[in-house]
Ligand binder design. Structure first.
Ligand code: ATP
Ligand code: SKM
Ligand code: MG
Length: 208
């Protein structure tokens, strides 16, 4: 793991919370569909908490180059295998961090297993909101030539995986980025007060 790269984005902002942020030293991991704000909100959340922010797509690019080009050259299966390795490295963080995952990272059963024990937040969004965010989808090779139709299909396939892995689901896509960071902090605090036992292993959607 490149420590220099890990420090990028790690500078606390003026609004950051106390050093002991109350999240038991666990990573906060953001999952959810393409365009839901995992990278953008993750960065704001990390600043708020005074934690490092790391993003699996950014680390993938640092290791392997641009994602669309990697898909073209090697195919999706190779991408998923490398993504799995990147995510495992990021979750094995020496400091509690905010970790934003690529939209398809939860497709890996190994990754879903690793998520147990971390605090996992699903950022949800509607198709209409996705339409406003994603534009022509040109930076997301999974969306192909009909990005919105494909976004909806992919969402339907993955929604049970996101929900099965998440400790909290945040549906506030129309709120501002700082508001969404605050909403996540509040939802996680409620989760930690009410979850029994505190680190209850997540169930696979198929087990629910
Ligand atoms: N309130 C908001 N919250 C989050 N993102 C917003 C908001 N308003 C606009 N955006 C924009 O939505 C776009 C998608 O956000 P982002 O790239 O963070 O999504 P993502 O979940 O990381 O997507 P991917 O799975 O492709 O990595 C960005 O251009 C971001 O600036
Ligand atoms: O949802 C997906 O499958 C993807 C989402 C992006 O974050 C990138 O990880 C990549 O474009 C694939
Ligand atoms: Mg992202």
């Amino acid at each position: 793991m490149d420590e220099e790269a890990r420090r990028i984005d790690a500078v606390p902002g003026p609004e950051h919370e106390a050093d002991d942020d109350g999240f038991e030293g666990r990573n906060i991991v953001l999952i959810g569909p393409m365009g839901s704000g995992k990278s953008t909100v993750g960065s704001a959340l990390a600043r708020r908490l005074g934690r490092p922010h790391v993003d699996s797509d950014q680390f993938f690019v640092a290791r392997h180059g641009a994602i669309p080009e990697y898909f073209l050259a090697h195919g999706e299966a190779a991408f998923r295998a490398e993504e799995e390795r990147v995510v495992a490295d990021l979750l094995d963080s020496p400091r509690p961090s905010v970790v934003s995952l690529g939209g398809g990272a939860v497709l890996s059963a190994a990754t879903r297993g690793l998520l147990r024990g971390h605090l996992v937040v699903m950022l949800d969004m509607s198709l209409e909101q996705a339409h406003r965010r994603i534009g022509d989808g040109s930076t997301r090779p999974v969306l192909g030539e009909h990005p919105m139709q494909r976004w909806a299909e992919v969402y339907a396939e993955r929604e049970p995986l996101y929900r099965g892995a998440a400790d909290v689901v945040i549906d506030s896509a129309d709120a501002t980025v700082p508001q969404r960071a605050v909403t996540i902090v509040e939802a996680l605090r409620v989760h930690l007060r009410t979850a029994t036992p505190p680190t209850r292993p997540h169930q696979e959607a198929s087990e629910l």
